[in-house]
Design a protein around this ligand. Structure first.
Ligand code: SAH
Length: 526
C-alpha cells in the first residue's frame, strides 16, 4: 500500500485548493494550530498536511489513520500488544475470535469447494487478506489436518497484511513463537506448524504470483477497513458555477471541465453534479478549543475534483442517483481493485486485444474507469479454479451512505477523533464487489450475499456446537455457558447478534449457475 498522504491530494493544484473549500486555511488557523494540544501525534501530522495543501479525501484520511507506518491504528507498534486490538480487552471482537467453530466451519466449507472442483492432489493455495491475529487461518488449517489429501495438496499459504506488529502475532500463532521468518523479495516466509506448508507474508495482494493454481481466498472483516470516497450530489447555483475553474489538474494531465458535459454551451449549469466530501479541520476544536470536539470534520468540496468527476461514473448504480440532489454515495475503488484481483486469480484474465481505455483527446475526461479497464498482464488458467469467500458487514443492494464510523473499546465514536487510536471502517458495498468481480474476469460467477446465519447454519454450526458441548466435563459449567453464548451470537439475527448484520459473498469458477456452493443454496458434491 502507498501510505503517502500526497496520494490523496497531489492532483489538486495550489490555486485550486484555495478556492475549493469553505474551511480553507487562514492565518488565524495557522497561529492557533501551533498552540493546540493534539489528541494523538497523527492528529498534528494530518492537521499540518491539511493546513498546507487543503482538506484531504476520506480515503487519504483512512489510509493514514489505519495504516500509517508510524502512527496507524493497525500498524503502530504499541506498548500494549497488538493482540489487544481484537477481542474482549480490545476495541472490537470478530467472529473467529468469538469461537473456534467459525474458522472450523470455514475450513469445512473450503473442503466442500475443493471436492466440487475435482479434489486435485496438488496446486492448492490458501490466501487470506487482513488476517488480524491469525486465528481464522489457524482454525482453518487445524481443521484441514483431518482431510489428509486436501492438506497435502496445499502448496503455499499467503497472508496479505499491512501491519508489521500483526504479522508478528500471526507468525507466533501459525509458525510458533520461536520461528524466525526469512526475508524474501516479496515479503517474509515461514513454515506452518500444522501442515508444514510454506507461509508467505506480503503487504499487498498484487505482490503475489499470478499462476494456474487453485486459490482459496478468505477476506474476513477486511473490506470494511479499505478506504472509501464519499460524494454528495448538488445542483450548483449560477454563482457556484462561476467559481468552477475551467481546468483542473489530474494525475494524467490537465482536464478541461467544459469537456465533462457539466456545462452547456451557454456556460449555464446543466444539472446536478457530484462534490467530494473531504476531511477538513474542525474549527470548534482547532480554533475554539472546545473539549471533546473531534479535530476533523467533513466538508463538501465547492468545485469538482478529478475523483468527483471520475469515480461516480464507474457504475450505473451511481449514475442513477445523480438526478437526485442531496444523494450521497460511498465508493471504494481500492475494494474493487482487490476483488477484481481475486476474480482474475480464480477465473483467469485475457486482456482485450483492443485497449479498453479509448484514446482521449487532450483535456477530455474518460467516460468510464473501472478495474476492468486498468491494463493488467494476462493470467492464463487452463480452467477457472478456486474460490473467494468474503465475510463482512454492509449493504446488499443499496449504495452505502454516511457509514464511516469509529470504534473504540466496543463503542461507536467519531472517526475524526483520536486519529490512529480509533478503528475506522465503513459499510461494504456487496453489490459493487460483485459487479467488479464479474467485470474483471469472464471465468467467474458470484453467489450471495447471504446472511451469516444462513451460511453457518447450512455448514452445521448447531451440530458442531453440540458436539463440543458434549465433550465438556459436567463441572465446566462456565465454559459451557460461554460456548453456548458464543455460537448463538454468530447466528443471532437480532440487533445485537451477528447473524443478519454480517453477510457472506462467494466468487467461484463460472459454471452457468448450475452448481451452487454450500452455504449459498447448494449441497456437498464430489
Ligand atoms: N480478519 C481478522 C482481522 C480484521 S481487522 C478478523 O476478522 O479478526 C483488519 C485486518 O486487515 C487487520 O489485520 C489489518 O492490519 C489488515 N489491513 C487493514 N488494512 C489493510 C490494507 N490496506 N492492506 C492489508 N491489510 C490491511
Amino acid at each position: 500500500m502507498n501510505h503517502g498522504l500526497r496520494r490523496g491530494t497531489q492532483h489538486l493544484t495550489k490555486q485550486c485548493c484555495k478556492r475549493l473549500f469553505s474551511h480553507s486555511p487562514t492565518k488565524r488557523y495557522a497561529s492557533d494550530i501551533v498552540k493546540k494540544e493534539w489528541s494523538t501525534p497523527l492528529a498534528k501530522i494530518l492537521a499540518d498536511a491539511i493546513r498546507t495543501t487543503g482538506p484531504i479525501s476520506i480515503a487519504a484520511y483512512m489510509r493514514q489513520v489505519l495504516t500509517n507506518p508510524d502512527a496507524g491504528y493497525y500498524t503502530t507498534p504499541s506498548s500494549q500488544s497488538k493482540t489487544e486490538v481484537f477481542g474482549k480487552k480490545g476495541d472490537f471482537i470478530t467472529s473467529p475470535e468469538i469461537t473456534q467453530i467459525f474458522g472450523e466451519l470455514v475450513g469445512i466449507w473450503t473442503v466442500t469447494e475443493w471436492m466440487a472442483q475435482g479434489m486435485p492432489k496438488e496446486g492448492v493455495e490458501l490466501i487470506e487478506v487482513g488476517p488480524g491475529k491469525g486465528t481464522l487461518m489457524d482454525d482453518i488449517l487445524r481443521t484441514l489436518r483431518n482431510f489428509k489429501t486436501f492438506s497435502k495438496s496445499i502448496e503455499n499459504i499467503y497472508l496479505v497484511e499491512a501491519s508489521a506488529p500483526l504479522r508478528e502475532v500471526q507468525k507466533n500463532l501459525l509458525c510458533g513463537p520461536d520461528a524466525v521468518l526469512e526475508e524474501i523479495d516479496i515479503g517474509y516466509r515461514g513454515i506452518n506448524k500444522h501442515t508444514g506448508a510454506p507461509i508467505v507474508w506480503v503487504e499487498d495482494i498484487r505482490l503475489l504470483p499470478y499462476n494456474d493454481k487453485m486459490p482459496f481466498i478468505f477476506a474476513h472483516e477486511f473490506f470494511d477497513a479499505l478506504p472509501i470516497h464519499a460524494f454528495e450530489c448538488i445542483q450548483p447555483t449560477e454563482s457556484e458555477e462561476k467559481q468552477q475553474p475551467k481546468q483542473i489538474m489530474t494525475p494524467t494531465g490537465p482536464l478541461d471541465l467544459d469537456h465533462t458535459n457539466q456545462r452547456n454551451t451557454k456556460n449555464r449549469p446543466t444539472g446536478p453534479q457530484w462534490r467530494e466530501l473531504m476531511v477538513a479541520l474542525n474549527s470548534k476544536s482547532v480554533v475554539e478549543n472546545i473539549k471533546d470536539e473531534p479535530e476533523f470534520q467533513l466538508s463538501r468540496a465547492k468545485i469538482s475534483t478529478p475523483n468527483s468527476l471520475l469515480l461516480p461514473e464507474i457504475s450505473e448504480r451511481y449514475k442513477a442517483l445523480k438526478s437526485q440532489p442531496g444523494s450521497v454515495i460511498e465508493v471504494s475503488p481500492e475494494s474493487r481493485i482487490y476483488v477484481a484481483d481475486f476474480a482474475r486469480r480464480i477465473g483467469g484474465y485475457a486482456p482485450p486485444s483492443e485497449p479498453r481505455l479509448p484514446k482521449r483527446k487532450p483535456g477530455e475526461v474518460a467516460k468510464q474507469v473501472s478495474p476492468g479497464d486498468i491494463p493488467t498482464a494476462p493470467i492464463q488458467k487452463k480452467h477457472p479454479s478456486g474460490a473467494a469467500l468474503i465475510l463482512d458487514y454492509g449493504t446488499t443492494s443499496t449504495v452505502p451512505i454516511n457509514s464511516l464510523r469509529g470504534i473504540r473499546q466496543h463503542a461507536t465514536t467519531s472517526p475524526f477523533a483520536y486519529p490512529g487510536q480509533v478503528d475506522v471502517s465503513a459499510d461494504v458495498d456487496f453489490t459493487s464487489l460483485a459487479e467488479a468481480a464479474l467485470e474483471a474476469s469472464e471465468g467467474v460467477e458470484v453467489h450471495g450475499p447471504v446472511d451469516q446465519a444462513e451460511f453457518l447454519h447450512s455448514l452445521g454450526i448447531a451440530e458442531r456446537a453440540e458436539q463440543l458441548l458434549s465433550k465438556l466435563p459436567a463441572d465446566k459449567e462456565e465454559k459451557r455457558k460461554m460456548l453456548q453464548t458464543a455460537w448463538k451470537r454468530l447466528v443471532d439475527k437480532g440487533p445485537n447478534g451477528m447473524g443478519k448484520l454480517y453477510k457472506a459473498l462467494v466468487i467461484v469458477p463460472e459454471n452457468g449457475g448450475r452448481r451452487r456452493p454450500v452455504g449459498f443454496g447448494g449441497g456437498v458434491v464430489g
